[in-house]
Design a protein around this ligand. Sequence first.
Ligand code: DSN
Length: 433
Amino acid sequence: MSTFWGPDFAALEREDPEIADVLVDEVARQRDTLQLIASESFTSPAVLAALGSTLANKYAEGYPGQRYYGGCGQVDRAERLAVERALDLFVAEHANVQPHSGTSANLAAYAALAEPGDVVLAMGLPHGGHLTHGSKASFSGKWFHPIAYRVAPETEEIDYDEVRDLALAHRPKLIICGATSYPRLIDFALFREIADQVGAYLMVDAAHFIGLVAGRALPSPVPFADVVTGTTHKALRGPRGGMILCRAELAQRIDKAVFPFAQGGPMMHAVAAKAVAFREAGTPDFRGYANQTVRNARALCAGLAAEGMRPVTGGTDNHLAVLDLRELGVTGRDAEARCARAGIALNKNPVPYDPERPAVASGVRVGTPSVTSQGMREGEMRRIASLIGRAVTADPDTAAGAAALRDVALEVGEIVGAFPPYPLDAELLANSR
Ligand code: DSN
């Protein structure tokens, strides 16, 4: 009889108590504090089981049925399931589920669609784009010729007129849309029209919102893009990793760009976990979560506005909001640190045309996938907004501020205590110490 041999926490404690301690402490951190990082959510126990499996041992360079190693029968089944499920979920023509991360997926997409030196038009990092959209600190800005479009100063929404003007002036090989801190819907049809006008490929980096597309809470970019890249670990709630969807005629180019161009052996435990996540994302429960995530983001954003934080673009259509703190006289860096002391994890974030350097920033970014996975709804969002308001304005260098942060931390404990992300057996947890 075959049995599953999976994570054995007692063995880890015996062999390596220091790392066992890290794992226990991280469970506690995730359970006992509020997770508002927009790019995080909670994976299911089934995803974690696949990640902690012996598939991690297997080398499988190549693709199902065409590997460079023997013994790939089982991992082939896992990858075929992951691909079939991704195709069904996103109604796509081709899927590659091997990228190790969103950055790896983007590297492969560039390699498939452009040559070094080609012009690439993408959203600038200070306006909500990603490092791989042309930053000089990444391959994308060093090996390609990036042209950045921005948001309009008045609306803080993508300036589509500027996108078209830049496309006509620079004739890019590749146009990219998709962002890491943009709270509005993106007009994929308009981007398609601009790309067609100048004969460019259109790539949508859907890393942040692909989970919401899977849950039918946001429109899909798949019908409009030549290539869609994404991550499986954000709102999608799968393992850390990347993925690529594309039109059938680009399939071979994408596959060759992932392996052997950009990567070696795929992480088959992660590929299996992606298959699990795609299956979960097709359920009515997941759709409920995805739609509630958006409703929660709106409620949280409105609550924060009532606390004196100005929402960039005036609100949100997706899972995140960016808040400008200048009217409160607090920097993003200080707000992040104060919230951390109060048990609230969020991140500082530049606002459009920010006079501060990125390490300081004038704003913060919040997201609702994690708290929604925990079962929280609009009422909790309003309470959390008020706690953030108290934390951000509490100066920890004064006795009153330090006391206020302690009070907020106690209330955070009450909220998260009622919505445990991983309802582990308390005794089991205590015994594992
Ligand atoms: N690091 C991710 C984020 O937080 O948005 C993007 O890659």
